[in-house]
Design a protein around this ligand. Structure first.
Ligand code: F0G
Length: 427
């Protein structure tokens, strides 16, 4: 039978196609028929240079996309990201054991490459010619890179004036056609979904269940790095909720395959100004109410109508997880700590660390539990936010750890003496 699509709502099963929503409105997920796999199979491939198993995604091919030929895989390779432990971050969060999995180390600077390698390989295999996505930045850069590598045409829909500049530069440089939508991410998402169904673009947002299959490998890889021992908590920022969905599916499958013996709990962290999933979860409601005008300094998670909310509900419930929200002030404060530890991440990623701290303060995570925070993107994203933070110019944000540059006039006299004491005087 191989891999099929199964509707998460009405359970209908169909052959994988280019439509990702069932007639009943539910999203499809990929359902595999797994052969027996072992930890040893995946461990033996560590450090290999053989394609495609040199990738941190395709190392797990049997539980990601078993049916695709190795030759059809479009891979950079991606994944193989580090797990960092920093005492300053542990102290800040208030736990003894915390590590950060840095997905910003992927080829285009975010976790998106993990989903993209799988979904673009599938697009090519299906004979798609135009691939498309809506994006706040990272998805567009990632899709554009894989489009370029695979020889497919890429179209990205981005909110005008709201996409991080460096990400726009990647999309343009890799040759994607960029459509700037006069609206926010949710408008861009609606338009690209319409364009895909009416014009036949192959959609590459995380609505596409193959993206979710690739993103499961964040979990596979982090557990492998920990010698297949489960942390108590995995903390992840939530925007469109693709990762949350992928994490739940990955954990369930690992348990079913007996590759792990207990499930970590997943904590999803949203920004206060873009918190529809947090509201849904805390009100124990059945239906997501979109946030009309989402706002947050964390551009990647400025999303009011997350498409994967229903899958995400299942994921959090399955892992006995929680959903928390954090303010922009808390996000930037946590980011300053992660950055200063030498690891560094983009604002949206720091929501995971800010959220972990809050959950410890609330007594949900206990100080002796082990925590893994996912850093979803690279420090070089949203640079104006970081610089303005250090200049103390971010509205409503207390720059507790600001690091202002020093202005030096070419004719300043006496400044060299001051520079000698730069660090001693700063304490
Ligand atoms: N972190 C980063 C760095 C992101 O780029 C995104 C999403 C998220 C977190 C949220 O992840 O959607 O799986 O809950 N960025 C999308 C984009 C929207 O267009 O790049 P999610």
């Amino acid at each position: 039978m191989g891999s099929m699509f199964r509707c998460i709502r009405c359970k209908r099963i169909i052959k994988p196609g280019a439509t990702f929503r069932c007639g009943c409105g539910g999203l499809y997920e990929v359902q595999h028929e797994f052969d027996d796999v072992t930890r040893e199979l995946f461990d033996e491939r560590l450090g290999t240079t053989n394609k495609p198993h040199d990738s941190g995604v395709w190392r797990f091919k049997e539980i990601v996309h078993p049916g695709i030929d190795d030759e059809a895989v479009v891979s950079r390779p991606e994944g193989n990201t580090n797990l960092y432990k920093r005492e300053t971050v542990c102290d800040y969060v208030g736990v003894q054991s915390l590590s950060m999995k840095h997905e910003g180390e992927n080829p285009t600077g975010s976790f998106k490459d993990r989903g993209m390698t799988v979904a673009v390989s599938e697009a090519k295999r299906r004979g798609a010619s135009i691939i498309a996505c809506a994006s706040t930045g990272n998805t567009s850069a990632s899709m554009a890179a894989y489009a370029a590598q695979s020889g497919l045409n890429g179209v990205v829909f981005v909110p005008e004036g709201e996409i991080a500049y460096g990400k726009l530069s990647q999309a343009l440089a890799y040759g994607a056609k960029v459509i700037q939508v006069r609206g926010n991410f949710d408008d861009a998402m609606r338009l690209v979904e319409e364009a895909s169904s009416k014009i036949g673009y192959y959609l590459l947002n995380s609505l596409n269940p193959w993206r979710i299959e690739g993103q499961k490998t964040i979990i596979f890889e982090l557990l492998q790095q920990r010698g297949w021992t489960t942390p108590d908590w995995i903390v992840v920022p939530g925007g469109n909720l693709g990762n949350t969905s992928a994490f739940g599916k990955a954990i369930k499958e690992l348990q079913e395959l007996r590759l792990i013996d207990r499930a970590p709990r997943v904590a999803v962290i949203q920004a206060e100004g873009a918190n529809p999933f947090y509201r849904l979860w805390s009100s124990k409601g059945g239906q997501l109410e979109p946030v009309e005008k989402p706002h947050t300094v964390a551009s990647a998670i400025k999303i009011g109508a997350p498409v994967s909310w229903e899958k995400a509900v299942k994921a959090v419930a399955y892992t006995k997880g929680v959903v928390e929200q954090v303010s922009d002030d808390e996000i930037m404060d946590a980011k300053a700590i992660v950055d200063r530890s030498g690891v560094g991440c983009e604002p949206a990623s720091a929501a995971s660390v800010a959220g972990a701290k809050k959950l410890v303060e609330r007594g949900v995570i206990s100080p002796d539990e082990s925590v893994v925070c996912i850093l979803t993107g690279n420090l070089l994203k949203d640079p104006e936010t970081t610089v303005n933070y250090h200049l103390g110019k971010l509205k409503g944000i207390t720059s507790r750890a600001s690091n202002k540059p020093i202005v030096l006039e070419p004719d300043s006299s006496g400044i060299l003496e001051d520079l000698k004491t730069l660090f001693t005087s700063a304490g």
